[in-house]
Design a protein around this ligand. Sequence first.
Ligand code: C5P
Length: 221
Amino acid sequence: GATGPLSGRTAIVTSGPTHEPIDPVRYIANRSSGRQGHAIAAALARLGADVTLVSGPVTIPDPAGVKVVHVERAEEMRDAVVSRLPADIAVMVAAVADWRVATSSEQKIKKKPGEAPAPLQLTENPDILKTVGHHEKRPTVVVGFAAETENVEDNGRTKLERKGADLIVANDVSPETGIMGGTRNSVKIISKAGVAEWPDLSKDEVATRLADLIAGRLNGA
Ligand code: C5P
């Protein structure tokens, strides 16, 4: 039994990408290592929380001290998260694919010489953060991320409102920042109260600070 400012509290964290099948051997995905989400799950556990990490396909190990549920697709991730409500804390870090293939093929799609490939029909995936942020069992503290390449603060503020989050951790993921897939991060913490800047920290440091901030909000600091 862990002791700490979050002992007795439950948390659900999503991390990593999702893989949306095209056929049994192909998928649509995005660039996400899972490093930041996994670090946040571990940091919440270090403060004593009972943490469930719902992870998409990643190559990094399961973090210590948390329960891990491995999923592939956005719909599986949504089901894994929603079925674990109620919780005190939700931190949705996963880079969920915005779209999935409307009717993925049971069999491998064969290429036919001289024929144009069949176009992929896409359909929108569920927004897990938005679902949790507006759920009747909404956690007390709901945190989302906003990976942007421009207008980081404005887009973060819009996301805070639209998704029903208490905090948005916004970062600039332009290729030249090296954040996507890297070990460092530079974030803005957006809440109703305003914006705090946390420049150039390791993803572990971002996780530790965010866990402290969440504990403070839950415990009325
Ligand atoms: O809308 P956008 O993808 O930029 O929002 C990012 C935030 O929303 C992240 O917290 C991400 O985990 C969450 N999200 C989600 N389900 C989606 C899309 C995004 O939970 N389908």
